[in-house]
Design a protein around this ligand. Structure first.
Ligand SMILES: [Zn+2]
Length: 268
């Protein structure tokens, strides 16, 4: 049983750099206007290592998470996606052993925390809508040497994220869990895939051809690693200084997220 459970939580190392992102945009930024009859609310449950309380108060942690939630909802609104995030569980768990965050063991971190704390993650809400579960901690310390902000599972709705890293980290990781991918430049230059086809082959599951991020006029969208980003998913209807921040054929993360929302809105 244990072996089977370990297999189920195989993670793909989808990571985020520590470079602080800037949102001070100087230029002509245009978001599309859109109205939706129905908006999908997706719950986020966060399990936080008690070790963060060495440096932060519980109110500090709440404030940070509220900022993540606000940023996520701003990104979804700017991107014309009929979806909202709501953090409905903030639960503290035993201090997380930082040695679990080594490259070879990260796949099992979520399961170890579940076992260690005798908790059971909830994967869907009462209406059948996926719940995103995040393991939150302060530092990677001995593991990833503080290089990364987060990881998203390739096989479940779980992510791992650092507090005090980047205010978009939660939405970035949930973006991965919803089918969004980094931009081509990040995948090749930073994630070090030899080609986009090599990335697709490693994923081992179908990838929508338009599921990639985009850099426009030197500004990234939230699935990129650019230090200066606009607050949105890639979307061909967004322009910055006359450049489209998406492409309908290969860079429309907003469409990926919109399709995710429509799938569940159609059922409810
Ligand atoms: Zn990422």
């Amino acid at each position: 049983m244990l072996f089977k459970s370990f297999l189920k939580s195989i993670f793909l190392l989808i990571t985020c750099t520590l470079i602080p992102k800037l949102h001070a945009i100087e230029g002509d930024l245009n978001y599309p206007s859109c109205e939706f009859k129905k908006i999908l609310e997706t719950e986020v449950h966060l399990y936080i290592s008690k070790s963060v309380l060495k440096d932060l108060s519980r109110d500090d942690v709440k404030t940070e998470i509220y900022t993540w939630q606000e940023n996520a909802n701003t990104v979804l609104q700017n991107s014309c996606i009929p979806m909202r995030r709501k953090v409905t569980v903030i639960s503290y768990v035993k201090p997380i052993d930082s040695s679990w965050f080594t490259e070879s063991q990260v796949d099992n971190t979520v399961l170890l925390i579940e076992m260690e704390n005798n908790i059971e993650y909830q994967d869907i809400d009462a209406a059948g809508v996926p719940i995103f579960n995040g393991i939150i901690f302060g530092r990677f310390e001995n593991g990833f040497k503080s290089e990364f902000c987060g990881f998203a599972s390739a096989s479940s709705n779980h992510f791992v994220a650092r507090l005090k890293c980047d205010d978009d980290v939660m939405e970035h990781e949930i973006g991965h869990l919803s089918g969004a991918n980094h931009d081509h430049k990040t995948l090749i230059e930073i994630n070090q895939f030899t080609s986009i086809n090599a990335f697709k082959a490693q994923r081992g599951q179908p990838i929508k051809p338009y599921s990639f991020g985009k850099v426009c006029a030197g500004r990234g969208t939230i699935m990129t690693y650019e230090p200066n980003i606009i607050h949105a998913y890639s979307n061909p209807d967004i322009t910055f200084d006359g450049h489209r921040c998406g492409n309908p054929h290969h860079a429309d993360n907003a469409r990926v997220l919109r399709e995710f929302a429509e799938l569940y809105l159609a059922k409810n």
